[in-house]
Design a binder for this molecule. Structure first.
Ligand code: KG4
Ligand code: ZN
Length: 331
């Protein structure tokens, strides 16, 4: 089954054709990073317009190797995300599905991120535990099936990717912050500065990243007040170390408590090599199989949406032409 999939929830416009949820036949993405860099973050109105400008051309390119005649369904990210951006993808996908009498499959963005891992490991099957770490979400979930998830823990304030972006901005490293912090951290000492690691008694799988953000900002202000140099690389490395400690600790605990033998790391922050390495090392110690998507499927892309759509379709989770987009939607 060939699914034509659309992703436009934030600042990447992406169109793909995915066969049977596992094989990527085409993937075309245009990133808006260059545009939003000028403003230090995503400007929603500009993002929606930029999606509109490229979506038709990307669809033509993505369909070239397959043809619309060999397409069996249309899938689209319908939630969560920036409402204006989501609406571009949803309206486009709805029109195409209606005009060509194809089933329309709505996909939850976060489930899409997890499904990106099936593209790298076609043998991977639920049940498993997943840590979803992105710009808008930080969740530990138990995937009972491809479509049924149970939330075990979540952030109580900032998402982890958001905290990378904020620290990068304060350090003057630019946008998007995650890759900038990762690159600055390479030459830094992760043990040079101790930043707080927040843990909760009432739910050991929950996260909080606003305290560490404040601690980093205070540290930088103190250096400024004393007219001292800002040790950018040491801050980046120590911040990454603290964040990874909490992510790894809570996630591996969730695996052990739930007797899970498989762990998936997904979402934009899964591109961070330090996080991947630390999580994999801890999993090896605990005899848990560790899976993370290939780097090309870590950030937002339509291939992961096409992968998840296949399993949604098998569960008859299709939509009619009145499908709407939603900025917020539980997993
Ligand atoms: O999943 P994603 O592409 O978009 C959302 O659904 O939010 O995640 C984007 C987030 C951004 O906050 C970005 O800074 C972060 O992922 N990110 C990283 C890295 N690459 C992207 N964070 C840490 N290290 C990275 N290498
Ligand atoms: Zn995402």
């Amino acid at each position: 089954m060939n699914i034509l999939a659309f992703e436009s929830s934030c600042d990447d416009t992406s169109v793909a054709v995915v066969k049977d949820g596992k094989e990527v036949l085409s993937l075309e993405t245009v990133s808006q990073t260059d545009i939003h860099t000028l403003y230090g973050g995503v400007v929603p109105e500009i993002a929606s317009r930029a999606h509109l400008e490229v979506i038709s051309e990307l669809t033509e390119k993505a369909l070239k190797p397959v043809g619309l005649r060999n397409t069996d369904a249309v899938a689209v990210t319908y939630a969560p995300g920036l409402i204006g951006s989501l609406l571009v993808g949803v309206s486009f996908a709805k029109s195409l599905a209606y005009a060509h009498k194809l089933p329309l499959i709505p996909v939850h963005h976060i489930k899409g991120h997890v499904a990106g891992t099936y593209l790298t490991y076609p043998e991977l099957k639920p049940p498993f535990i997943a840590l979803i770490a992105s710009g808008g979400h930080t969740h530990i979930v138990k995937a009972h099936t491809y479509t049924k998830y149970q939330i075990l823990g979540r952030t109580r304030d900032d998402a982890v990717g958001e905290s990378f972006d904020k620290i990068a901005r304060v350090l003057g490293l630019g946008y998007p912050g995650g890759p900038m912090i990762e690159s600055a951290a390479k030459t830094g000492d992760p043990n040079s500065i101790h930043f707080p690691r927040v843990r909760f008694e009432d739910n050991p799988y929950d996260f909080s990243f606003s305290g560490i953000k404040t601690a980093v900002i205070n540290y930088i202000h103190q250096k400024h007040q004393l007219s001292l140099d800002i040790p950018v690389s040491d801050i980046a490395a120590s911040f990454t170390d603290a964040v990874c400690d909490v992510l790894v600790n809570n996630t591996v605990k969730a695996c052990k408590d739930h007797n899970a033998k498989k762990l998936v790391l997904a979402g934009g922050v899964s591109a961070n090599k330090t996080l991947r390495k630390k999580l994999e090392e801890e999993c090896n110690k605990e005899k848990i199989n560790f899976f993370a998507p290939d780097f090309r499927y870590c950030g937002d892309n339509a291939a992961m949406i096409g992968a998840q759509a296949y399993y949604e379709y098998l569960q008859n989770n299709t939509a009619s032409a009145d499908l709407n987009a939603y900025a917020v939607m539980p997993i």
